[in-house]
Write a protein that binds this ligand. Structure first.
Ligand code: MIG
Length: 679
């Protein structure tokens, strides 16, 4: 065992992914419980019947990952069904929690397959794309200790600006400034708090990065200002692909300087995405990354202080070569008697065009003068796109902490941005998936995260929106987003506006708590969202809970994830004080003893369970984060005589980072008492 219980083992000649910071020297001789395969690119660990396996970051299925096969491969796939193996982020980190507790991080920038009790029930087998990788084995008494050590290896988490804890509204797309103004009005006029509105791809001129349509958003800086005067941040999207168009300076500069990814013959690799034909900036080429990063200045100069990076797996609709071959294939059936199997082959020829590995294998990066095939470093693209922006922000606007989050990611990207969970659906099962991904992402350092609340694809219902909101108010990134063509789901569109207003305001009342616990997790490499299993060791019921979470140090949540429910079963792992919030000021409380309980939860209420000796701070809500008044802070405590709470506030920005001010508060009084003292 080396530094801090972490041992590194190097195989072959690994590509430097920058996942790890600082770095430690390699040991030899893997621990006996990890058996290397003869192929030098796989290994196996035995699992006991009751061992649990956590990790995999952004992935489908439960918090306990056992019983499925996962692949780290950044994938643009909007169907997050339970048999998928990969989503947008690649996070090859797992923790085995059994008689032995240990973590494994396979640092390898392409596919790693984690077969966690799928092929063989009592075995985890890991297969790496090529025999060039580092394995980090992390020892620890508990899963949480493993997480903390892993996080100390990969570096501190990104800290989002305080305003980004406000509620944010998005849609693909608000097409014009008038559309955006209507959304802001919809919230403000209905007394629904709001801090940000998103600009999806249609704000651009022909989907060209760093342009703004003059026609649809005339005098953009003035419009950004107008929004700002109403305490609304506008957050534009940036896509990875740069439109090929003569006269478009970003394209011409990229082409002339050789900053785009190449094909095997050294020509610019051409693919099609929303803008039509595009080239992909070569983010693995330092100069190209620096060049692209500085382009964000065009929008920050217009007053923009937040971005989301999309399509950076990178997503490819088709490449010219593959499209031609597909068309030839289809044409070859003309006049023939098309049998059933032919029909399926025909269909696949077209459906298989997007994100094809054939395309990824025909794309090359220039890494310090050496051509590196994209399909050996696929998972680093989104990470480096986002890093390019974040590196630039420090130069462009050191006086601001600019919000940044990305769709694709790899371990290490948590140092420069957050992520959102991608294109989910307005499905009940995706409320639960949102909940389950939170702790798994925290394990990998992604703290500023959240799902598209109310669901991206498909049509939502009012009931789903309310129930999702009851979980959404705890997501650091609390964003309502939906896809083109789906039912409108801004909160002022629904009938029971009062309920949406109350729950949204409750979020704002909880912001001091959520922000403080977030900062605390970032600074101490802790998890803001923990599975019960991480805290109530040895309690077999707590260890099996998949739909409740501990949020920060004081509370547990148990959202309803089913339609037409009057409540749900909740496992109470210790005596807790349940607070049923109808609104920030109107709530009833009830003490629950340890054990299984059916808890009635109407869909216009949120229940929070306060742990013994802990206190939950609340402030008066406001229309936006800028108007929150911390002097209204009060506490609801569970017998917390003298409980200590560390309140964190953003006191300013220096070198592009939030300056955090802390206040240690001692809470006196019982359950619903609200007095506190500064110590
Ligand atoms: O091919 O920009 O995940 O949030 O609204 C879809 C349009 C492209 C995918 C993103 C989604 C965004 C959408 N984008």
């Amino acid at each position: 065992m080396d530094i801090n219980g972490i041992s590194k083992f190097t195989f072959g000649a690994p590509f430097n992914t920058n996942a790890v910071q600082g770095g430690i020297s390699a040991s030899s001789g893997m621990p006996p419980h990890i058996r290397m395969g003869a192929d030098a690119r796989s290994f196996k660990c035995s699992l006991c019947k009751d061992d649990k396996v956590y990790g995999m970051g952004e992935a489908v299925r439960g918090i306990n990952k056992r019983g499925w096969i996962y692949e780290t491969y950044c994938s643009d796939d909007p169907m997050h069904t339970e048999t998928k193996r990969s989503l947008y982020g690649a996070h090859p980190f797992v923790i085995v929690d059994g008689e032995e507790v240990f973590g494994l991080f396979v640092d390898y920038p392409d596919r790693v397959v984690f077969d966690i009790g799928y092929t063989k029930v009592n075995e985890m087998s890991v297969t790496i794309g090529a025999p060039d990788f580092d394995i980090y084995v992390i020892e620890g008494e508990t899963p949480l200790e493993v997480v903390r050590r892993f996080r100390s290896l990969i570096g501190k988490s990104y800290i989002a600006p305080f305003w980004a804890f406000g509620f944010q509204q998005s849609r693909w797309s608000y097409n014009t400034s008038a559309d955006v103004r209507n959304v802001i009005d919809g919230y403000r006029k209905n007394d629904l708090p709001l801090d940000a509105v998103y600009l999806d791809i249609d704000y651009m001129e022909s989907f060209k990065d760093f342009t703004v349509s003059e026609e649809r958003f005339p005098d953009f800086p003035e419009f950004v200002n107008e929004a700002k005067s109403r305490n609304i941040h506008l957050v534009p999207i940036i896509d990875a692909g740069v439109k090929i168009e003569e006269g478009y300076d970003v394209y011409e500069q990229g082409r002339d300087n050789g900053f785009f990814c190449k094909d095997k013959d050294g020509r610019d690799f051409v693919a099609a995405v929303w803008p039509g034909k595009v080239c992909f900036p070569d983010f693995l080429n330092e100069k190209a990354a620096e060049w692209f990063g500085m382009k964000y200045k065009r929008l920050t100069d217009a007053g923009i202080d937040g971005f989301w990076n999309d399509m950076n797996e990178p997503a490819i609709f088709y490449s010219e070569g593959c499209l031609e071959r597909a068309i030839d294939k289809v044409a070859s059936y003309k006049g023939r008697n098309v049998g059933i199997y032919d029909f399926f082959a025909l269909k696949d020829a077209v459906l298989g065009l997007a994100n094809s590995s054939e395309d990824y294998s025909s794309m090359y990066h220039n890494v310090n003068g050496k051509a590196v095939c994209h399909n050996t470093v696929h998972n680093l693209y989104g990470f480096n796109m986002t890093k390019s922006a974040s590196d630039a922000f420090a130069k462009i606007a050191p006086d601001k902490n600019i919000l940044m989050f990305s769709r694709a990611s790899y371990i290490g990207m948590h140092r420069c941005s957050g992520i959102w969970m991608g294109d989910n659906q307005s499905w009940w099962s995706h409320i639960k998936l949102n909940l389950q991904m939170l702790p798994s992402l925290n394990m990998c350092g992604f703290l500023y995260t959240g799902a598209d609340m109310v669901g991206f694809g498909d049509n939502c219902t009012e009931e789903l929106a309310l129930r999702w909101l009851a979980l959404g108010i705890f997501n650091p990134l609390m964003r309502n987003h939906s896809a083109l063509g789906t039912r409108d789901q801004e909160f002022y569109r629904f009938e029971n506006r009062e309920a949406f207003r109350s729950l949204l305001k409750l979020r704002y009342a909880l912001i001091p708590y959520l922000y403080s616990e977030y900062i605390n997790a970032a600074e101490t490499d802790d998890m803001m969202f923990k599975p019960l299993a991480f805290e109530y060791r040895g309690d077999k019921f707590a260890e099996a809970v998949e739909d409740q979470l501990l949020v920060g140090g004081s509370i547990m949540i148990a959202p309803v994830c089913e339609p037409n429910a009057i409540g749900r079963s909740v496992y109470i792992p210790e005596k807790m004080l349940a607070v049923f919030f109808k609104s920030e000021n109107s709530f009833r409380t009830k003490i629950y003893d340890k054990g299984h309980h059916f808890v009635e939860i109407p869909n216009d209420e949120v229940v929070v369970f306060i742990r013994g000796g802990k206190a939950l701070p609340l402030v008066n809500s406001a229309a936006c984060t800028a108007e929150l008044d911390f002097s209204t802070l009060r506490f609801i405590a569970n017998g917390a005589e003298g409980a200590i709470f560390t309140l964190c506030r953003e006191a300013g920005v220096q070198n592009g980072r939030s300056v955090i001010e802390k206040q240690t508060l001692a809470v006196f009084g019982d359950e619903a008492e609200t007095s506190f003292e500064v110590v």
